[in-house]
Design a protein around this ligand. Structure first.
Ligand code: ARG
Length: 265
């Protein structure tokens, strides 16, 4: 029976090696440089605005968050290499246009207008807008904010819902380059409300437990889905991303990452 066990082990290990070999094919074909002198493997630059917790943020000089974990898992599952670049929001799109960024992941809502300029992956997250106001505020819906100062991140869906309700030139609308600046002004009473993605708003409500804030969902807010972007027509890269995304959806990794950040809600 000792002999049988060792046979089983040999066969087992053999199968494992075969399986790994098949899985590594894609990575191996690009990284033949390890054999010495070959072409080096392409490293894709991933741009993000790492100021949108808990999706993408800087923690002790390290980039982290839900979307960071998702993109790392996708690259690993599909067998390509990435490097991170904290670009900020507007420059992320410029970077894709100019080719200094290959991939954008930044809680980017899939929208028709954006699809004109960029190709989106399949969705990886569902979101919607939330209004953040002080707990004692009489506001119960978006329309109640008329005449009030509203902080948003410029060129995001938070800004778009406010513009849709009150017009593109609404005086009370304050568009910030990044979300933390808007939150900061809200915290200090310089704006009456903030509108932004639910995951992010909930994060700040939790963070500032001592301050009493409340969140409001307006009936007009439509479901949003986050996608990963590449330059329009970069189908080869988009296919790799979708392949990795499909894998991490199927093997439970995407759900695992979700649970890690939003599990106890
Ligand atoms: N989901 C919203 C949008 O696409 C907001 C995304 C903001 N992301 C960020 N990293 N600042 O417009």
């Amino acid at each position: 029976s000792k002999w049988l066990l060792s046979l089983m082990l040999t066969v087992g290990v053999g199968l494992l090696v075969t399986a790994c070999g098949a899985g590594d094919k894609q990575a191996a074909s690009g990284s033949s440089s390890s054999g010495g002198g070959g072409a080096s493997e392409k490293v894709y630059v991933v741009g993000t605005d790492a100021a949108y917790p808990p999706f993408q943020m800087m923690e002790a000089d390290k980039i982290s968050g839900h979307d960071i974990d998702v993109m790392n898992a996708i690259a690993e599952a599909a067998g390509f290499k990435i490097e991170w670049k904290n670009t900020g929001w507007d420059p992320l799109f410029d970077g894709l246009d100019r080719g200094t960024v290959d991939i954008g992941i930044s809680s980017i809502t899939i929208r028709e207008d954006r699809k004109q300029k960029y190709d989106f992956s399949e969705p990886y997250f569902e979101a919607n807008q939330l209004i953040l106001v002080p707990e004692n505020s009489p506001v119960t819906k978006l329309a109640d904010l008329k005449g009030k100062k509203i902080g948003v991140q410029a060129a995001t869906t938070g800004e778009f819902v406010v513009q849709k309700a009150f017009g593109n030139t609404y005086e009370g609308l304050k568009g910030y380059d990044d979300m933390p600046s808007a939150i900061d002004d809200f915290y200090n009473g310089r704006v009456d409300a903030v509108v932004g993605d639910d995951g992010m708003i909930k994060y700040y409500v939790k963070k500032f437990k001592d301050k009493k804030f409340k969140m409001i969902k307006d009936d007009s807010f439509e479901k949003e889905y986050y996608g990963i972007i590449v330059k329009k027509g970069n189908t080869e890269l988009l296919n790799k991303i979708n392949e990795g995304l499909k894998k991490i959806k199927e093997n439970g990794k995407l759900q695992e990452i979700y649970n890690q950040y939003f599990g106890n809600e």
